[in-house]
Write a protein of this length. Structure first.
Length: 148
């Protein structure tokens, strides 16, 4: 499983949370977090970031982009999507865009568009939220207790 995200995590409390959930997820699957540097120039950011993101995606990857206009799923549905993908033997790749969103070429490569909310979240916090939901999905799929 891969998570491709634009931007670096600077705050220690986010780094700690990311490390904790990554450690928990490692019990179930190999996780790779790929950070793409963000572009300061808004006029070229989407295209440049999009090129960097696409360079990290393999043809065989099942790509889930996180988009505000994507499909809303509950935790059980996310768990099922992860389980179905695991059973299909494809590498699951989540993509979190930068502050300007995702380039259209990345959206076209997406196999599934997922939205956690119509709200806007800081990218650092969202990475923690995604990792928590992935961890929750593995707990659900393995019939293990987890705080509800």
């Amino acid at each position: 499983m891969k998570i491709i995200c634009v931007g670096k995590i600077k705050e220690k409390f986010f780094v700690d949370a990311i490390n904790e959930y990554s450690k928990r997820i490692s019990k179930y699957t190999k996780l790779e977090i790929i950070e793409i540097s963000d572009e300061a120039n808004e006029s070229i950011a989407l295209k440049k970031e999009g090129e960097k993101i696409l360079s990290k995606i393999k043809d065989s990857d099942y790509v889930i982009t996180l988009e505000i206009d994507g499909n809303s799923l509950d935790s059980l549905e996310i768990a099922k999507k992860i389980d179905n993908n695991f059973n299909s033997n494809k590498n699951l790749t989540f993509v979190i865009g930068g502050s300007y969103g995702l380039d259209d070429m990345v959206k076209l490569r997406s196999d599934y568009k997922l939205s956690f909310s119509r709200l806007t979240f800081p990218h650092q916090l969202f990475r923690v939220m995604l990792l928590e939901q992935i961890y929750r999905a593995y707990k659900i799929n393995n019939n293990e207790n987890y705080h509800k």
